[in-house]
Design a protein around this ligand. Structure first.
Ligand code: OGA
Ligand code: MN
Length: 294
């Protein structure tokens, strides 16, 4: 089957057909998918009824894994293999999380625009999200193109931000929602990390804004000034012109490049309906900035 990609918007998103993600990929298929990612930043592969082992094998084509489990989950609470981020509203016994469940509180931060694992020294390259059970109302995933957003800035702003470095932590994103109750062992794992605000894609050479709700300040700036500016940039970068909104169909496999996009999930009735999405994630090339000396 030939690989075909149909654009979904002017800037971002492509619908890819001609791949069976259940089977091993040939090198030229991997290359075609990567080229599609470099161009569209988000690819939607419909009709991929994969299981966990197949998702892991598919993901391994795109580099080393980023650990999936997040800092508020205890190993014994995990429903899925730790290589997965469990993007569901279910506990390990398949029951819906209750309204005040801590894991549910933490996962609500997915409703804020973010880039996956930007709170790690080596942030994510690709996220690969499989729609095992989807909801009929709400729960769209939206993606914003940080390349187009960068391109649309005026020259003075581009010059001003060129060398800025931000600090990212889960504390900041969740803190925006008032979630602050951490155990000491969690806090130790949430120390802020530093990333450049402007990144250059290693293959295309295109520049993009590395924004994320995990950002809590700009190095060397007073925090309120930094956050007001980051909000302005995020508002600019998530205008409808730069966004693709994905409405899920069961067995969609959606992959995005975290180096060049932000995403968020929209509200849905998670107390009364089941949504089971499973994410695997690969690591980027390396740190984007020097870290603060320990
Ligand atoms: C993710 C994420 C959004 C969603 O998987 O990284 O943010 O649609 N998910 O649940
Ligand atoms: Mn995410």
């Amino acid at each position: 089957m030939p690989i075909e990609i149909t654009p979904l918007t002017t800037h971002i998103g492509g619908r890819l057909t001609g791949i069976d993600a259940r089977r091993p990929l040939a090198p030229d298929e991997v290359a075609a998918i990567e080229a599609g990612m470099d161009r569209y930043a988000v690819l939607v592969l419909p009709g991929q009824a994969i299981d966990d082992a197949q998702q892991l094998a598919y993901t391994a084509n795109f580099g080393p894994f980023q650990d999936g489990a997040n800092s508020t989950e205890r190993r014994e609470e995990l429903r899925l293999d730790p290589a997965f981020a469990d993007v569901s509203n279910l506990d390990k016994d398949g029951r819906k999380l209750s309204r005040d469940d801590r894991r549910r509180m933490a996962s609500l931060a997915n409703r804020l625009w973010h880039s996956d694992a930007s709170f790690r020294v080596v942030p994510a390259r690709y996220s690969i999200l499989s729609g095992r059970i989807v909801v009929s109302k709400g729960g769209n995933t939206e993606f914003a193109d940080m390349r187009a957003a960068y391109d649309a800035l005026d020259a003075a702003t581009k010059a001003e931000i060129e060398d800025l470095v931000c600090e990212h932590s889960l504390i900041y994103s969740r803190g925006q929602l008032g979630f602050e109750a951490y155990r000491a062992d969690e806090l130790a794992r949430m120390k802020p990390v530093r990333h450049r605000l402007v990144r250059t894609h290693p293959v295309t050479g295109r520049k993009s804004l590395f924004l994320s709700s995990h950002i809590g300040t700009i190095v060397g700036w007073p925090q309120p000034e930094a956050m007001a500016f980051i909000r302005d940039l995020a508002e600019h970068a998530t205008q409808p012109e730069f966004v693709y909104a994905h409405r899920w169909t069961q067995h969609d496999l959606v992959m995005w490049d975290n180096r060049t996009t932000m995403h968020r999930v929209r509200r849905f009735d998670d107390l009364n309906s089941v949504r089971d999405l499973r994410r695997t994630t690969t690591r980027g090339e390396g740190p984007t900035a020097e870290q603060e000396a320990a």
